[in-house]
Design a protein around this ligand. Structure first.
Ligand code: UFG
Length: 337
């Protein structure tokens, strides 16, 4: 059964948020996006039935006015900073935004009796895993402030469940990738640090040669292996999580990945296949804090939510990202900070 009441989506103008909003609104759900546009783009919300509110998740007065105006059944919480490197140099910025600010949101949810929370967690909460593939039983031992800021919110959600019955779905994303195939919305961070857009930008001329961060890892080709999960598959998992909670399901903590590991060099090969161009490369040193190998065991999400990744061909994922890079909107985003 699909929920017919309004859903508050924080950070809905961001990369994963906007793809999720598009899917949820397309299913006829009433969506209200709250986004401060620090990193988001208002025109990535393309469905006219979506209400957009400019503001922050730490603003009690704004939140109260929204909860009074809309009868929210659930909150989907994307709003967060997500630069791992920056989190190491500016930990307080991350703990403030990713851990402290959501407390206001949770306080207002408690006040209004809204008890369903879907949370963008991350595989960065596992740190350097002691087993591959990573299951939800793998020890969570994050190695940077970003991962810790997200893990702490997972703990807070569990405490709210004990105290006042909040139910949550903590969705631990692996490497979000790809874009809507029509090129209308996509990945647009500034600065862009993620591998696939960074490699494509080396071809569009928006950035210089790609530096491969480390070629001496204990992997078959010496480069890091990640689990690249298509953003539209991630969006679909949020719809499943919302329905699971709306139908009275228990809280879940699940990995969202494909279960397939792909190396940095394999990504570069996929880009060369899609574009027909040779990627300019520099072989660099390891980037601090990069685990060699991160791949999900996604079976628990299948069991508990009935969700599975469906876009498993990395060439097609790269093709969708390339469609966005060359699409009608990308140009006007390119300069936004
Ligand atoms: N890489 C390069 N060169 C680049 C960019 C990346 O070699 O210019 C490599 C990285 O070293 C890594 C892989 O490509 O091995 C993927 O790097 P990304 O920066 O795209 O992604 P990460 O795996 O580092 O991080 C992503 C998200 C985080 C999230 C993390 C979870 O950016 O928000 O996944 O592991 F926490």
């Amino acid at each position: 059964m699909t929920d017919t009441r309004a859903i508050l989506v924080t950070g809905g103008a961001g990369y994963i948020g906007s793809h999720t909003v598009r899917l949820l609104a397309g299913e006829g759900r009433k969506i209200v996006v709250l986004d401060n546009l620090v990193h988001g783009h208002e025109d990535s919300i393309i469905d006219t039935a979506v209400d957009f509110v400019l503001g922050g998740i730490g603003d009690h007065a704004l939140l109260r006015s929204l909860f009074q105006r809309y009868d929210f059944s659930s909150v989907v919480h994307f709003a967060a900073f997500a630069y791992v490197g920056e989190s190491v140099t500016k930990p307080l910025k991350y703990y403030r935004n990713n851990t402290a600010e959501p407390l206001a949101l949770l306080e207002v949810m408690e006040e209004f009796g809204c008890k369903n929370f879907v949370f963008s967690s991350t595989c960065a909460t596992y740190g350097i895993p002691d087993q591959i593939p990573i299951t939800e039983k793998t020890r969570q031992s994050p190695i940077n402030s970003y991962g810790r800021s997200k893990l702490m919110l997972e703990w807070i959600l569990a405490d709210c469940e004990t105290a006042w019955g909040l139910r949550s779905a903590c969705l631990r994303y692996f490497n979000a990738s790809g874009c809507a195939e029509d090129g209308l919305i996509g990945e647009d961070h500034n600065p862009e640090t993620h591998l696939i857009p960074r490699v494509l930008m080396a071809l569009t001329g928006e950035a210089g040669p790609v530096e491969i961060f480390g070629t001496d890892y204990p992997t078959p080709d010496g480069t890091c292996i990640r689990d690249y999960i298509h953003v539209k598959d991630l969006a679909a998992a949020h719809a499943k999580a919302l329905d699971h909670l709306a139908n009275g399901g228990n809280s879940v903590r699940v990995n969202l990945g494909t279960g397939v590991g792909i190396s940095v060099k394999e990504i570069i090969s996929a880009v060369e296949k899609v574009t027909g161009q040779t990627v300019p490369l520099v072989l660099g040193n390891r980037r601090a804090g990069d685990p060699a190998h991160l791949v999900a065991d996604p079976s628990l999400a299948a069991e508990l939510l009935g969700w599975r990744a469906t876009r498993l061909d990395i060439v097609e994922t790269v093709r969708s990202a390339w469609a966005w890079m060359n699409g009608p909107k990308r140009g006007r985003y390119a300069t936004k900070s």
